[in-house]
Design a protein around this ligand. Structure first.
Ligand code: NAD
Length: 304
């Protein structure tokens, strides 16, 4: 749910997001396609229970071709309201908790863990080291970003955080020793890792030349404004972890919750994100191609 300026902007976003879900499912080895929905409006101001129920009615008309779940601006409680009118929802109950925490169906913990695993793999590849002492800038400390901050903190990373709302920033500062940074300054901060965890188009023609991080690895969908941006990053020697590979934890978790699985299997599958990224990084080094292009080709081989 997002306050889109107009229907064209929303349509562009939903088409890019749904395409990303298809590539994400392929790279995560899931036997499913990809889809996405967007709702117009500011989630903090415009969301009503009736709007969520109406969304459920709409999803039901697709008769299971599309199954909806949480994402930016949409919480577990919203999906519960949608489920009053459709059974085609996920992420409102869990059979397996991959980390022993309370399993309420929210995919954000699994997404955050997957991004953490991915950042470790990227840092290892770029610096041949672990996370201790590495500076990581997180843009957006919402459901995923704040959980990612906790994992990184426990592994010894030094955190810098920015958000347009104070709640996540305050928590990261108080509990994980993070330094608060202005939203306007976070992209160009002199850090080792830049982790976009807010919205799409995080890397674009306006900020690409400001980025000082050697690694870009975060949860946001559609991080690159274009393919060309991915190629430019490669030329600048910046290691980019393709978004739909590193942020597949949520869809992996949901897939297992709907299957006959186990907590251990979910965790193993999430850890696989690190292996998949390593394969992409090595292939990109060997071929001289951008990591985003390598990932696209690998995904397309699976579904074409
Ligand atoms: P969220 O809405 O809980 O968090 C996003 C945070 O970004 C919010 O705190 C928001 O205030 C902040 N933000 C928005 N615009 C900003 C800006 N310009 N600068 C700084 N901060 C800004 O969403 P989430 O569930 O944490 O997801 C974060 C990103 O990861 C989204 O792009 C989402 O599509 C993607 N993602 C999420 C999941 C999941 O399981 N939740 C799975 C895959 C991908």
């Amino acid at each position: 749910m997002y306050n889109y300026a107009n229907s064209e902007e929303a349509l562009t976003d939903v088409l890019r997001l749904s395409r990303g879900m298809t590539y994400k499912a392929a790279m995560a080895g899931l036997a499913q396609g990809g889809g996405k929905a967007v709702i117009f409006g500011d989630p903090r101001r415009d969301k009503t229970p009736e709007m969520m129920r109406e969304m459920g009615r709409f999803v039901d008309t697709l008769k299971g071709k599309y199954i909806t779940a949480e994402d930016s601006g949409i919480a577990v409680s919203d999906i519960v309201l949608m489920s009053e009118n459709t059974k085609y929802v996920s992420g409102i109950s869990s059979k397996y908790s991959f980390d022993g925490s309370i399993a309420d169906g929210n995919p954000a913990p699994a997404t955050a863990y997957g991004v953490f695993v991915g950042i470790k793999a990227a840092v290892k590849h770029a610096f041949q080291s672990d996370l201790r002492g590495k500076k990581v800038a997180i843009k957006g400390v919402g459901h995923v970003g704040i959980r990612l901050a906790e994992h990184l903190y426990k592994e010894g990373a030094k955190l810098y955080v920015a958000d347009i709302f104070p709640d996540g920033v305050n928590k990261a500062v108080a509990e994980f020793g993070a330094t608060e940074v202005n939203v306007a300054d976070i992209d160009g901060l002199d850090v080792d890792v830049f982790s976009p965890c807010a919205l799409g188009n995080a890397i674009n023609y306006q900020n690409i030349d400001q980025i000082k991080a050697r690694v870009i690895a975060g949860a946001a969908n559609n991080q690159l404004a274009s393919n060309e941006i991915g190629e430019k990053l490669a030329k600048q020697g910046i290691l980019y972890a393709p978004d739909y590979v590193i942020n597949a934890g949520g869809i992996i978790d949901i897939y297992h919750q709907n299957s006959d699985s186990s907590a251990e299997k979910v965790r193993d599958h999430l850890n696989q994100i690190g292996e998949t990224l390593r394969t992409i990084f090595v292939e990109a080094d060997e071929s001289g191609l951008a990591t985003a292009n390598v990932a696209n080709t690998l995904a397309e081989l699976k579904f074409t």
